[in-house]
Design a protein around this ligand. Structure first.
Ligand code: MLT
Length: 308
């Protein structure tokens, strides 16, 4: 009988589904690393993880029983794919389950940044009633640049348009016709949109091409006062360049949910005026976690019981 190891916290709905799956047994073993993780993986046919556990070559190389790992979420950056391939382990993800939650969080960051929500609340906690200091800007009539028009990027576009924003998009895989249908002004290069945008939000994985996509040279040509959001992956914005851009007054704000190294509890950006940050909460809603857990269990049980 195939057995499954759950390596990170998974929503109860996912666990219930595993419990009910015929012909499958499972165990939850979280917080594993090193030799303990390697040994645990060798005792199971399938694994489910989120972003906490790190499946590096030293724990994957030489595994002979493990057939599949499913990431309950989108990014598989915590799983070394070449090592998994060498060991014959299939890596799957659940690309759709947290789309809305992540887009909503990117949008929440845009609103919070524009209306000074975090520092205004902090001022109340400190006993100040300071209305003049927290003059904001509205989103309606502003231009949002979106890099990456996949599921999450497009969900953000829909929300921005509902807030009467204009949208400029970059995505090498989107046709001009499709962009026109969606009311998006498509550009051939990210740099092309930068002088025109009031807000920028990136929705791509972190790759060689997207690492430091926005750095000093890009901030030089960006529209003065532009506000930048990243709820995708840390490292797409060059953080040192963001600090300079904020200090020089070129950038109007920066909102980050993700960081080059996570967990991240210290950053030169934390505490700078115009900055609002959250600890990778994009997919942290009950709905998204239920969706990705259920999808992950369905994928893995189907694979282990039917090979599909
Ligand atoms: C994802 O890749 O699914 C999101 O960034 C959320 C997460 O890592 O939990």
């Amino acid at each position: 009988m195939p057995s499954v190891i759950v390596l990170d916290d998974l929503s109860q709905e996912g666990l219930d589904l595993l419990e009910a799956a015929e012909g499958i047994t499972y165990e939850v073993r979280t917080g594993l690393k090193g030799d303990d993780l390697r040994q645990a993986l060798s005792e199971f046919d399938g694994a489910i993880c989120r972003s906490g556990v790190k499946l590096t070559p030293d724990v994957l190389d030489g595994q002979t029983r493990l057939k599949a790992v499913v990431r309950a979420g989108v990014g598989t950056d915590n799983i070394d794919k070449p090592a998994a391939t060498r060991a014959g382990i299939v890596v799957m993800n659940t690309p759709a389950g947290n789309t809305v939650s992540t887009a909503e969080h990117a949008f929440a960051l845009m609103l919070a940044m524009s209306r000074n929500v975090a520092p205004a609340y902090q001022s109340l906690l400190e006993g100040r009633w300071d209305r003049k200091k927290f003059m904001g800007t509205q989103l309606a009539g502003k231009t949002l640049g979106v890099v990456g028009l996949g599921r999450i990027g497009l969900a953000l576009v829909e929300r921005a348009q509902a807030f009467e924003m204009n949208v400029i998009g970059y995505d090498p895989f989107m046709s001009a016709e499709r962009a026109a249908e969606l009311g998006i002004e498509l550009v051939a290069e990210v740099r092309e949109m930068l002088p025109k945008i009031d807000y920028l939000s990136v929705h791509t994985p972190l790759t060689e091409e997207t690492k430091n996509l926005i750095s000093t040279a890009e901030i030089e040509i960006i529209k003065p006062g532009a506000r930048l959001v990243n709820a995708a992956r840390g490292g797409i914005y060059d953080e040192a360049a963001l600090v300079e851009g904020l200090k020089s007054g070129k950038l109007g704000g920066v909102a980050l949910d993700v960081y080059p190294e996570e967990p991240c509890t210290e950053s030169p950006l934390f505490g700078l005026p115009g900055v609002v940050c959250t600890p990778h909460l994009g997919a942290s809603t009950e709905e998204a976690q239920t969706n990705v857990a259920v999808e992950a269990v369905e994928l893995l049980t189907a694979y282990l019981t039917t090979g599909a």
